[in-house]
Design a protein around this ligand. Structure first.
Ligand code: SF4
Length: 419
């Protein structure tokens, strides 16, 4: 019976029908069709064992669970439909996580704004936190600590700016602490304090100096959603709008990665995603890809997974060593895998915006080359069976009308590529 329960809402506790990017479907409001249709399409329930522990869970939560287990705590991830089995009762601390608690991030904020309704991730988060089990346990003294990539949304400064969030937090009895940033080390300290009924700081922001070293990051103990396995953290490109870049770059060794591939293979995950903010850079201390690091990584992943995807890659990395992508395709593409996907932050078609907000994104090339590089990279990707999902940002403070027109031109130029 875990003393420390970790959970998230139903939209995250799902394998999204085996297609990670279908998870974006949870950022729309239920519109015209009933919610159950969206659930079936985008976030079917994750199977659980006899204890209500999910077969697979979001990777970041698995890291926190592993850190606590390694620290000697009785901690487990519990499916949100099974919280009542542990609270009120054995659970003394509830850790919650989320990508977008209140639908304030894109694209949920766009969909929600256009349709004037709460997106599904927000609806489900509110539903989870107001379950009678949570509210009653809270009344009886259970501590609640929030984290995850969207921790800022529920942190005290946001609650002051957006009183409706404070009202919602009050409706289930309040939150003791919100932790932003990499919590691998700090989670043990704050949970120990919570269990000992000591003072908990209402808001903690982890600094880059407090980022854990690779050897301080625990290996996941149980499977992750869609076999996702982290290969490193941080990014050195320095885009002004990105929090990842404030963290030091660290790469995991192949041994550590293999341990997590094994954990996933045990539950028959035959597909998986290698995750970092630029998979092409695996093992590199700068912005030059290293073939002697990347190819063995892909060969290793392919020994455990029939199909391997990448979470992110940068255009400039691809174009720095364009001959490396066909080498990657030689390893990944076979009779079990016909293509792979990756998310790419294109963000703009304007060299001015590159210079103003993301000069490192184009290094070692010049900002003026950006639109041409993007088009060349799109061709390179398609030629090698890679079909990317690309993101664009509009509305950054430095943006002018001319920048927007250049971005539209670039999207026109990309129109015929497969993505
Ligand atoms: S390239 Fe991507 S991950 Fe790196 S700093 Fe820019 S936005 Fe962040």
């Amino acid at each position: 019976m875990p003393e420390v329960v970790i959970t998230c809402d139903w939209t995250m506790m799902s394998n999204h029908n085996g297609k990670e990017f279908l998870g974006f479907g949870t950022t729309t409001p239920a519109y015209v069709l009933p919610e159950r249709v969206y659930k079936r399409l985008f976030y079917p329930d994750m199977p659980v064992d006899e204890n209500g522990f999910p077969v697979a869970a979001p990777y970041g939560m698995r890291k926190i669970e592993a850190a606590l287990i390694d620290g000697g705590f009785d901690a487990r991830i519990v499916h949100p439909s099974h919280l009542h089995r542990y609270m009120p009762g054995s659970a003394k601390v509830l850790l919650i996580s989320g990508h977008d608690y209140f639908g304030l991030n894109p694209p949920a904020s766009t969909f929600g704004g256009v349709m004037h309704r709460d997106p599904l991730n927000c609806v489900n988060f509110k539903r989870m936190m107001t379950q009678p089990a949570v509210v009653e346990a809270r009344k009886q003294g259970m501590k609640i600590i929030a984290g995850g990539p969207c921790a800022w949304q529920i942190a005290p400064p946001t609650r002051m700016k957006l009183p409706w969030i404070q009202e919602f937090v009050d409706s289930f009895g309040g939150i003791d602490s919100v932790v932003e940033g990499e919590g691998d080390i700090y989670v043990k300290e704050i949970v120990r304090k919570a269990l000992a009924d000591e003072y908990l700081p209402p808001h903690v922001i982890m600094t880059p100096k407090e980022a854990p070293k690779v050897e301080q990051i625990s290996t996941i103990k149980y499977a992750s959603v869609n076999g996702l396995v982290e290969i490193g953290r941080g990014c050195c490109r320095g885009c002004s709008f990105c929090s990842v870049t404030t963290r030091p770059t660290r790469w995991y060794g192949l041994d550590k990665i293999e341990e997590e591939l094994r954990v996933n293979a045990k539950v028959n995950n035959r597909k998986g995603i290698l995750h970092s903010d630029d998979v092409f850079f695996y093992g590199s201390p700068n912005v030059m890809p290293r073939e002697e690091k990347l190819i063995p990584l892909l060969q290793l992943a392919k020994r455990y997974y029939e199909q391997v995807g990448w979470s992110h890659v940068a255009i400039a990395s691809l174009m720095t060593k364009p001959k490396l992508l066909p080498r990657c395709a030689e390893v990944l593409i076979d009779d079990k895998q016909k293509w792979w996907g990756v998310e790419i932050g294109v963000e703009t078609g304007s060299p001015h915006m590159i210079t103003a907000a993301m000069p490192g994104k184009v290094a070692p090339f010049k900002a003026s080359q950006w639109p041409e590089l993007v088009v060349q990279a799109a061709g390179l990707l398609n030629d090698n069976h890679v079909y990317p999902a690309c993101t664009f940002i509009v509305g950054l403070p430095q943006e002018t009308e001319d920048d927007v027109l250049k971005t539209i031109d670039l999207i026109d130029d990309l129109w015929d590529f497969k993505a």
